[in-house]
Design a protein around this ligand. Structure first.
Ligand SMILES: Nc1nc2c(c(=O)[nH]1)N[C@H]1C(S)=C(S)[C@@H](COP(=O)(O)OP(=O)(O)OC[C@H]3O[C@@H](n4cnc5c(N)ncnc54)[C@H](O)[C@@H]3O)O[C@H]1N2
Ligand code: MOO
Length: 640
């Protein structure tokens, strides 16, 4: 079988312009309207201007509680010569909103009236003609335009329309976006545990939610297996029922990637392959004058392609301009290499350290859905550029509210589950967000030294003294007033499969045996500890099968053991428990947070220390097992 591989490498703007022109010519952007009740019109867009059906107020109305008078009767009133007015003839009592009959032309507030009797009202100041009277049409006059066309209807517009007698409004029909998830490997979410090779279908739901956010009405089609005829049938049905056709996956070079062929057969294939990363295998085409977008299967690619291509289409189809993303300038924390020839989009975290905004690149894997959740913004590395050097200023397109970014504490270093829970409480109680990057304890020290983080999490054993962290911090950060505060004490040990099938008892059992080990990365505290333990028992690391295989977190090594990619790993008890593995304890270690005195606002520091020492935090962490909180919140050491 000959595989058809996509051939284009079209720059984004070119691909987009191609589709745009075709759609303009096909009349795709002609607005379609529908009538809805004003009460249900929140967020909808007016097709034509809305004009008032009646004036408001439609009668002369009192603006105050008081008496309606004839101004000319009151001109001579003063403190020294009050005037007495007669009920019925010279005044009537009115409340706010009451009709003021034609013979009266002013209202005096009740506070300024002295009733001498039921029929006599004394006043001590004259009334100015038309004071406290709302004249006919003061708010709006019948036939006046209240809302122009292509205007997003909000709560105030609903109030104003109803006031002026408008109960139905012509709005832009929501573009219907048909989303077809394809792939024999896909299973519906919420069912039984997926087998190896099965993937939980999430993209169509993610894209449907984006459609709603942008004002469109998504229509998700049932899962279709990788069967060309079945996908084609779904695509044609979708084309007859919706405005925009989105085919999820099947866009790259696999044996069952049919989308491009189907578009070619059912309509016109305009682009197969974008010069972007991620998103390379994207497809653009036209069926029955409607756009077809083939989004790649990997979720980060799918999200990006949808943002870049579907978002502007959806806005334009509603007659609106795409809202521009706010851009900020930030210093990039590390070198960001990128291939020439593609526009690369990199998700980043953002945080302000020492008054400077820093962008921290997140993992670039197209399958990493959580980077989309963590990201505060996106950096675009343009086609003609090989990347950015560490420290270079880059433009970041914001994805999160600025006030959240301003209240972000950057934690770089070794990761512990307790840090996530600390972050959760800080967010709930103090509106502070923790953004964590896991680069190991040594990496954390370096980031603090470069003033690129607020805190570093670390557990670095000094083999000479048996003490944790102090000697390292002193060496790297001495002179910058470093402080170590304890977060947790935790059990480190060996992680093995349930029931310990290989009968591993300790580090001694790892050398020269058939046991497959998975290690932590150099610079991590766990690696330092493991090397120390090997040295203590005199084991040559070269004899351990897998010593050079590195993973970057406790959960990652635990997952390797769980999935039988390894037999033994070194890590914390909480990771073993999280993945239902057996645990052979080796020792208890101290995990501290390090910060530089004066580099963090007093108020923020108080919130942090208060939270670490709180019973609530203690309780959350103790649930994981393998933790000892007896030193939590204690200042362990302060340097000069
Ligand atoms: N030989 C090559 N292989 C691949 C290339 C390439 O250039 N040459 N490109 C890679 C890139 S880049 C991407 S992106 C993917 C896109 O592939 P497809 O669009 O054909 O998607 P699949 O292969 O079907 O799936 C990829 C991945 O995503 C999962 N997926 C698919 N649909 C969904 C969904 N609705 N919800 C959640 N997850 C979904 C799917 O199960 C796969 O794991 O191709 C590379 N390959
Ligand atoms: O280009 Mo793919 O879309 O990296 O994941």
């Amino acid at each position: 079988m000959v595989r058809r591989v996509y051939i284009d490498n079209k720059p984004l703007e070119e691909a987009f312009a191609l589709l745009w022109t075709e759609l303009e010519n096909a009349g795709f952007f002609v607005l379609e309207g529908e009538e809805v009740d004003v009460e249900d019109a929140l967020g909808r867009i007016t097709v034509v201007p809305v004009v008032a059906k009646r004036s408001s107020p439609h009668y002369s109305a009192s603006a105050m509680d008081g008496i309606a008078v004839k101004a000319k009767d009151t001109f001579s009133a003063s403190d020294t010569s009050p005037i007495v007015l007669k009920r019925g003839e010279q005044f009537i009592e009115v409340d706010t909103g009451d009709y003021v009959p034609g013979e009266f032309d002013a209202v005096i507030m009740i506070e300024d009236v002295n009733f001498l009797s039921h029929d006599e009202a004394e006043i001590i100041a004259p009334a100015v003609p038309w004071q406290h009277i709302r004249s006919v049409g003061e708010d709006v006059i019948a036939s006046q335009m209240i809302i122009p066309s292509l205007y997003v209807i909000g709560a105030y517009e609903i109030g104003a329309m109803l006031t002026s007698g408008v109960t139905k409004v012509q709005v832009v029909k929501k573009p219907r976006v048909g989303i077809i998830p394809t792939g024999t490997e896909l299973v519906e979410p919420g069912g039984k545990e997926p087998e190896p090779g099965e993937i939980i279908e999430s993209n169509s739901r993610m894209l449907a939610s984006l459609c709603r956010k942008w004002g469109a009405e998504p229509c998700r089609y049932p899962l279709v297996a990788d069967d060309k005829e079945k996908i084609k049938e779904a695509v044609l049905r979708c084309a007859s029922q919706t405005d925009i056709i989105v085919v999820c996956s099947g866009s790259s070079a696999g044996r069952e990637d049919f989308t491009a062929e189907i578009v070619q057969e059912a309509g016109r294939l305009l682009v197969h392959g974008l010069a972007t990363k991620p998103g390379k295998p994207a497809i653009l085409g036209l069926i029955e004058g409607k756009p077809v977008i083939g989004v790649p299967g990997y979720p980060v690619s799918a999200a990006l392609v949808f943002e870049l291509l579907a978002r502007p289409l959806i806005y334009r189809k509603q007659g609106l301009r795409t809202p521009p993303n706010q851009e900020v300038e930030a210093k990039i924390s590390r070198k960001l290499a990128s291939s020439m020839g593609v526009d690369e989009f990199v998700q980043v975290n953002l945080g302000k350290v020492g008054g400077e905004l820093i962008a921290y690149p997140l993992g670039r894997g197209a399958g990493l859905t959580t980077t989309l959740v963590k990201a505060d913004g996106v950096v675009r590395v343009p086609r003609g550029v090989e990347g950015f050097e560490a420290g270079e200023k880059v433009a970041v397109s914001l994805k999160r509210d600025w006030d959240i970014i301003e209240k972000t504490l950057i934690v770089i270093g070794s990761h512990d589950i307790a840090v996530d829970w600390l972050g959760d409480i800080l967010n709930r109680k103090f509106g502070l967000r923790l953004a964590c990057t896991n680069v190991g304890s040594m990496g954390g020290l370096v980031a603090l030294k470069h003033r690129e983080s607020h805190f570093a999490g670390m557990h670095l054993l000094d083999p000479k003294t048996g003490e944790y962290n102090v000697s390292y911090v002193n060496r790297y950060l001495g002179g910058s007033k470093p402080v170590l505060v304890n977060l947790v004490l935790r059990e480190q040990g060996l992680l093995v499969k349930k029931g310990n099938p290989l009968g591993v008892r300790g580090v001694d059992d790892l050398a020269g045996s058939g046991v497959r080990f998975v290690n932590r990365q150099r610079g991590s505290g766990t690696r330092v500890l493991f090397d120390h333990l090997l040295q203590q028992v005199g084991i040559d690391p070269g004899l351990i099968n897998g010593y050079d295989r590195e993973e970057f977190s406790h959960l990652a090594v635990a997952a390797a053991v769980k999935n039988d990619a390894a037999d033994v790993a070194v890590g914390i008890y909480a990771a073993a428990r999280a993945l239902d593995l057996d645990f052979i304890p080796l020792l208890q270690e101290r995990y501290d947070l390090c910060f530089l005195k004066g580099a963090i606002e007093e108020e923020t520091l108080d919130a942090l220390l208060h939270t670490i020492s709180s019973p609530e935090f203690r309780e959350e962490v103790m649930k994981f097992g393998g933790y000892d909180m007896s030193l939590a919140g204690q200042v362990i050491w302060e340097g000069d």
